[in-house]
Design a protein around this ligand. Structure first.
Ligand code: FAD
Ligand code: DLZ
Ligand code: SF4
Length: 501
């Protein structure tokens, strides 16, 4: 599958190159079950085609279905049926997929085709769903920090015996520098287009014209070699500043000091432990400070594995959760970027152009707005699954439903990441080019994040006031005079109506 592009994927282990066939298919169903960003489709198809070529060159027999092939039947299942008609096979071997809907599909193959189907664990991840379930057992709420510490010990990363290097497990408090003027931010990785990628770009333009997003410029790596180049570039150029500016946002600087490797990791061109080791080595060689290195490693062996654990533990119920009963339709502005709110506009424009936005843009602007405006949980999830080149349900859903929308009522995160305009103003330069005034709390030109934040708290008081990480805010709300409370409700109501005009 398109996110299994690793030569040491479990389904290839023990493969008999002279007898076995590797089936890889571009199928209409995968490309359209949500209307993925055009750049995401280009990336995946091009990476799949390059991967198939490399397998061929290493002596594997590959049967590859292109999206435009006349006989392409459009689904994994019907492509398998077609392959089974063409030749007799003894068995299907497949690595466990990244999405629940496909696990269900694969589980039906054995009965459907009357052939043995072996589903192998995806051992590219560092914590199996079974091990995660053992860790999570009997815990009512999970906390990433404790899981992360176990992973540090298990993989002996940044450890001095049994203790964390530097004496602390987590240096997050150091990783919150606001953006500075005149930061030198290196150019992101740029790959030269070859004929495979160019062909894919034309066919995506032709076949998926109504999908969101820009195809050009296309600069992602599409082979393992290129993904490793991108990783090395990150380690040598960006990593030293990764920690300090991890939460900072600057207009026109979508890449900041982040690594931009999630799309490679998630489709299999990079493996998590090799990224962790490369970054740990930079620390050992004195090339990057501990706050940067620890912060980065925590994202990979902590958050990435943690959200996957939650996904497989809690599906399929997890996708239906909607703690706040949020039902407001996703406004068109999430597609058009037509809004006077500069922070949202910039983050959506970055997303449209690059199929990428960094974590704080996703969390504190796009996600935060969806949370405090009460946008429909399923529609918000669908948007996030569509627009990012790194989005697969196992990682998108827990981040969106769990981390940002608090739709699981606090199973994954201890409190909703709701914030007013002052957070965005502190961590970005967006507010200076905005039609709204971040310093204003009420009235037509007040920053909508300011009143929506309080309105969100007031609307959901019965669900949140017992949360000790948020109860302080209710005390502040209580002390507001009645006029102010009414102004918050009035401004919110009018604003939330106007975004659909
Ligand atoms: P960096 O900031 O350089 O981080 C390094 C790596 O750590 C990433 O490549 C990624 O593999 C991992 N990582 C960091 N944070 C997380 C996290 N919260 N969950 C899982 N892995 C993490 N990440 C995805 O890979 N796919 C998604 O669909 C996705 N959707 C998100 C939606 C929301 C609302 C939020 C708040 C976060 C989402 N993330 C998602 C997590 C994170 O934003 C991206 O992994 C990150 O922005 C990718 O850019 P990067 O490679 O430059 O990451
Ligand atoms: C995202 C994607 C797209 C757009 N197209 C394909 C495809 O045609 N064939 C394929 O094998 N995989 C594709 N993918 C990735 C799959 O959707 C991904 O493998 C599943 O969601 C499981 O995580
Ligand atoms: Fe965003 Fe408010 Fe700042 Fe405008 S003023 S950029 S809406 S936070």
């Amino acid at each position: 599958m398109g996110d299994q592009l690793s030569k040491d994927i479990s389904s290839l282990k023990g493969c008999n190159k002279s007898k076995d066939t590797i089936l890889i298919c571009e199928v209409w169903s995968e490309a359209t079950y949500v209307k993925h960003h055009k750049k995401k489709i280009v990336f995946i198809f091009s990476a799949m085609r390059h991967f198939a070529k490399e397998l061929n060159e290493s002596g594997y027999k590959v049967s590859y279905t292109k999206i435009e092939d006349k006989h392409n039947s459009g689904f994994f299942k019907s492509e398998i049926a077609r392959a089974l008609k063409q030749q007799k096979y003894d068995q299907i071997v497949v690595t466990h997929p990244g999405e629940y809907r496909l696990e269900k599909d694969i589980k039906s193959w054995e009965t459907e085709f009357k052939i043995s189907v072996e589903i192998r664990a995806d051992d590219r991840f560092l914590c199996s769903p079974e091990d995660f379930a053992i860790w999570a057992k009997d815990r009512k709420q999970l906390r990433m920090e404790y899981f992360y510490r176990e992973m540090r010990k298990k993989y002996n990363v940044l450890m001095e015996g049994n203790q964390p290097i530097g004496g602390q497990w987590n240096y997050d408090l150091k990783n919150r520098k606001p953006p500075q003027k005149n930061l030198l931010i290196p150019e992101p990785y740029h790959n030269e287009l070859d004929s495979i990628t160019r062909d894919v770009m034309s066919l995506v333009a032709e076949h998926f014209p109504e999908h969101f997003g820009d195809i050009e410029p296309f600069y992602f790596g599409v082979t393992r070699h290129q993904a490793l180049e991108a990783l090395n570039l990150f380690v040598s150029q960006r990593l030293p500043n990764f920690g300090d500016y991890q939460d900072a946002m600057i207009e026109g600087e979508p890449w900041m000091y982040h690594s931009h490797i999630s799309f490679y990791l998630n489709c299999g061109l990079l493996l998590p432990l090799e990224c962790v080791k490369a970054v740990e080595k930079a620390y050992q060689n004195g090339k990057a400070p501990l706050n940067a290195v620890e912060g980065f490693i925590r994202q990979i062996i902590g958050w990435r594995e943690y959200v996957r654990g939650v996904y497989w533990l809690k599906m399929p119920e997890y996708a239906k959760q909607n703690f706040f009963e949020a039902k407001r339709d996703l406004p068109e502005l999430y597609w058009t970027a037509e809004t006077e709110m500069n922070c949202l506009r910039q983050c959506i424009l970055d997303t449209k152009k690059n199929a990428y936005a960094h974590h704080i843009q996703r969390l504190m602007v796009l996600g935060n707005f969806a949370l405090i405006a009460g946008l429909d949980t399923s529609q918000v999830n669908e948007w996030f699954l569509i627009v990012y080149a790194d989005a697969y349900e196992w990682v998108e859903l827990p981040n969106v439903s769990g981390m940002i929308l608090f739709a699981d009522g606090g199973y994954l995160a201890s409190k909703p990441y709701a914030a007013g305009g002052s957070y965005i103003n502190k961590m970005s330069d967006y507010c200076k080019n905005c039609s709204y005034k971040v310093s204003k709390k009420q009235g037509k030109d007040a920053c909508p994040f300011n009143y929506l934040y309080w309105d969100f708290l007031a609307r959901n008081r019965h669900k949140l006031e017992l949360n000790h990480r948020i109860s302080m805010m209710y005390k502040i709300y209580e002390r507001m005079d009645e006029d102010k409370k009414q102004a918050i409700a009035y401004d919110s109501k009018h604003f939330l109506k106007a975004i659909y005009d």
